[in-house]
Each structure stands twice: as structure tokens, then as C-alpha cells.
Design a protein around this ligand. Structure first.
Ligand SMILES: COc1cc(/C=C/C(=O)SCCNC(=O)CCNC(=O)[C@H](O)C(C)(C)COP(=O)(O)OP(=O)(O)OC[C@H]2O[C@@H](n3cnc4c(N)ncnc43)[C@H](O)[C@@H]2OP(=O)(O)O)ccc1O
Ligand SMILES: O=C(O)CCC(=O)C(=O)O
Ligand SMILES: [Fe+2]
Length: 359
């Protein structure tokens, strides 16, 4: 790894983005000062004055699913309406599966830049595997302090052929083991929308495609000047996020300018509603802005599973939601058009969903 003094700071974008060293490479050079490319404007930084400490997203115990199903479903729907975010505990995915995917994440990022960069947009033989840094470096005025690998799930065979072996099995295990709890969450959320039964068409619309990302946020000099991930809402139906014990995820409180921290809970998963479900529920369930603070003392990892419609699906408010005469506030959009719109611009909070709004 080159020492900080041996790299010309004007070449940072080349080193980080094009050569695939990522911010991990930069961090490990022992930089004392954040490069200017990462300095976010004041309004995008996470400051103590906007964070409230006396409130938190709900924590829902899934072990009561069979004991008091009505109550658990109500809690899930309330959390989706009021916070758009909640944590679940006792969800039946074993700690072993969760720990293994975290270990595998470290194993992937520990590899030399040349190895990881085989999966960059420029070098990868497939669009289903993407190694990168920041969010959309070409469109961003200031870069984000995060490296990632993004894996679009097509089939086990496709994964066996294309996903990096450093984490393939563990990522597939996490995906497989999350299936039951995803179905329970969607069942609860659909009940709240007057959808009595999730038939095959509905199941495909809600969870027809999945993407698993692994995120690496290395230790950062001057974390107060930058962000790990900027303000955004996910474009998924639902996101199931595994975070480690470092912390740093902040969620915007509905109808306020304040943010709450999502404290790491051993074994818990963070669930959030994505734009696709906000649109399908005609705005009842909230896809909430969130962001990640960079950390000055520790590396952090997280592993989100994005549960999505299929790219070829057309999404819009569900018929069951509009049955009672409610006016649609969103139009029908091709899901892949929506996602492309999201990926082509820098993170900009909740603006993505305007793409689907009826004016
Ligand atoms: C990375 O940091 C992130 C990510 C997120 C993600 C939040 C989510 O909610 S992810 C869930 C997204 N949904 C899906 O993946 C399901 C459906 N998939 C699709 O519709 C398509 O696969 C596609 C994603 C639209 C790609 O379709 P394709 O025809 O292959 O289009 P392209 O032209 O290749 O891509 C369009 C545009 O997007 C960029 N891009 C594609 N995939 C990714 C990716 N995984 N990560 C980053 N960027 C991606 C691609 O480069 C293209 O941009 P150009 O400027 O090059 O044209 C939340 C927060 C984060 O920080
Ligand atoms: O790392 C986290 O806690 C959240 C990451 C995130 O929001 C995302 O990948 O969409
Ligand atoms: Fe997110």
C-alpha cells in the first residue's frame, strides 16, 4: 500500500475510483487530512444539532408472530406508516449466518485493489456484479466515504459463475435465510393495505428481484466534514439491513428536520420501506430518508438486501388501496426506469420519488 506522501493528491480520484483502491486504500495510507474531493457542503454534513436523542425507531419482536399475530402485524404497519424504519429481533435468521456474511464482507474488501477492481463497471463481464466507491462518482459534486460491492440475484447458477468466491456462499446463505422473514413482513404490510392474500402475481411484484450489497466504510480523517452515505431513500420494496456494532446510521423523523440514530442491537436486522412500496401503498407507508456518518476511529460494514419488483414490472398504487375511492398520487412507472433515474444522479434525499408523482 503506498504511503500518504507518495501519492499526488490531485490523482486521488484516479487512485480511488479508476484503479479500484477505494476509500479503503486511501484510509490505509494513513491520511491525516480529508482530501478536498470528500468535503461535503455544510447542509449535507451530519451535525449534533439536528440529531435527537429522546426518540428511536420501533424494535419489533418477531418471536410473537405465532402467539399474537394481529398485534405483531399492527406494530409492523404502524412502524411503516410513522417511521418507515424499524428493527426486528428474534427473526429466526441464526447469528451464525449473520456473522458469516460479515466475515465474508471483510474477506472481500481485504483483497488487493486489482482483484476487487475486476468487478468494476468498466472491467466486469456482467451488470449483475458491481464493485465501486461512493455512489455515482461521475455525477457527484462531493464524493462519499464508502466502498461497495453490489450483487443482483438472478439464480444460484448465475451466482456460482459470476459472484466473487470470497463472499458468494455467505451472501447466498443470508439471502436464502431471509426469505421467510421477508414473506412475513410483506404479509403483515399487505394486510394493512387491504390485500387479503399475496398471490403469485403480487409476490412477484413485491419481491420479484433481489440485490445484496456489502458496504465498507473505512476509518476516516475528519469524519465531520464528509458522509459515509448521503441522504437518500431506497428504491426497493423493502430493505433488510445487517449492520455491525459500530453505529452511524441516521434516519429522518417524519415531518421534521431532525434525525435519530439507529443503535446497533446484536442479532437484530434493520428494516425499511423503500420507494416502490411507498408508491404501491399510495403514500401510506413511508420510504424515509437516511444517511450514514463517517467514523474517525473504526471501520464499519453493513449488508443490505434490497427486495424489489422485477425491472420489467410496472409499479403504481395497488388497486386494493384505491378501492375505497382514494385518489392516486403516483402514476404507473416501469420499475427499471425508476431505478435508472435513481442511479444516474447523486443522492438527493427524497427527490427520486417525484419521478413517479402525478403533478
Ligand atoms: C451503491 O450505493 C447505494 C445503493 C443504494 C441502493 C438502493 C436500492 O434500493 S438498490 C435496489 C435497486 N433495484 C434493483 O436493482 C432492481 C432492479 N434492477 C434494475 O432495474 C436494473 O438492474 C438496473 C439497476 C436499472 C440496471 O439496469 P441496466 O439496464 O443494467 O442499466 P445500466 O445502464 O447498466 O445502469 C443504469 C445506471 O445505473 C448505474 N448502476 C446500475 N447498477 C448499479 C449499482 N448496483 N450501483 C450503483 N450504480 C448502478 C449504472 O452505472 C448506470 O449509470 P450510468 O451513469 O453509467 O449510465 C442505496 C444507497 C447507496 O449508496
Ligand atoms: O450502511 C448503512 O447502515 C445503510 C446503507 C444504506 O442506506 C444503503 O446501502 O442503502
Ligand atoms: Fe439506503
Amino acid at each position: 500500500m503506498p504511503a500518504a506522501a507518495s501519492i499526488d493528491l490531485s490523482d486521488i480520484t484516479d487512485f480511488v475510483v479508476n484503479e479500484g483502491h477505494g476509500v479503503k486504500g486511501l484510509s490505509e495510507m494513513g491520511l491525516q487530512k480529508l482530501p478536498k474531493q470528500y468535503i461535503q457542503p455544510m447542509e449535507e454534513r451530519i451535525t449534533k444539532s439536528t440529531v435527537i436523542l429522546d426518540d428511536h425507531i420501533p424494535v419489533i419482536d418477531m418471536s410473537n408472530w405465532d402467539i399474537d399475530n394481529k398485534l405483531v402485524c399492527e406494530k409492523i404497519c404502524n412502524a411503516a406508516e410513522k417511521w418507515g424504519f424499524f428493527q426486528i429481533i428474534n427473526h429466526d435468521i441464526s447469528l451464525e449466518v449473520l456473522e458469516s456474511v460479515k466475515e465474508a464482507t471483510y474477506r472481500f474488501f481485504k483483497q488487493p485493489a486489482e482483484e476487487k477492481n475486476k468487478h468494476s463497471k468498466e472491467n466486469s463481464s456482467t451488470n449483475n456484479v458491481r464493485y465501486g466507491t461512493s455512489f455515482t462518482p461521475k455525477a457527484e459534486k462531493a464524493l462519499e466515504w464508502k466502498d461497495y460491492l453490489s450483487l443482483f440475484y438472478v439464480s444460484d447458477e448465475d451466482a456460482a459463475d459470476l459472484w466473487p468466491s470470497a463472499l458468494r456462499d455467505e451472501a447466498l446463505d443470508f439471502l436464502r435465510n431471509s426469505e421467510i422473514v421477508i414473506k412475513k413482513l410483506l404479509e403483515a404490510l399487505m394486510k394493512g393495505l387491504n390485500v387479503k392474500q399475496i398471490d403469485q402475481t403480487k409476490e412477484s411484484l413485491l419481491m420479484g428481484s433481489k440485490r445484496i450489497n456489502v458496504n465498507y466504510y473505512p476509518k476516516c480523517p475528519n469524519p465531520e466534514l464528509t458522509v459515509g452515505v448521503g441522504r437518500h431513500s431506497d428504491v426497493s420494496t423493502l430493505t433488510i439491513l445487517l449492520q455491525d456494532n459500530i453505529g452511524g446510521l441516521y434516519v429522518k423523523k417524519l415531518e421534521s428536520d431532525t434525525w435519530v440514530h439507529v443503535p446497533p442491537i446484536q442479532g437484530a436486522l434493520v428494516i425499511n420501506i423503500g420507494d416502490a412500496l411507498q408508491i404501491m401503498s399510495n403514500g401510506r407507508y413511508k420510504s424515509i430518508e437516511h444517511r450514514v456518518m463517517a467514523n474517525g476511529n473504526n471501520n464499519r460494514i453493513s449488508v443490505p438486501i434490497f427486495v424489489n419488483p422485477k425491472p420489467s414490472d410496472v409499479i403504481g398504487p395497488l388497486a386494493e388501496v384505491l378501492e375505497s375511492g382514494e385518489e392516486p398520487i403516483y402514476k404507473q412507472v416501469l420499475y427499471s426506469d425508476y431505478v435508472k433515474h435513481f442511479f444516474r444522479k447523486a443522492h438527493d434525499g427524497k427527490d427520486t420519488v417525484d419521478f413517479a408523482k402525478i403533478n
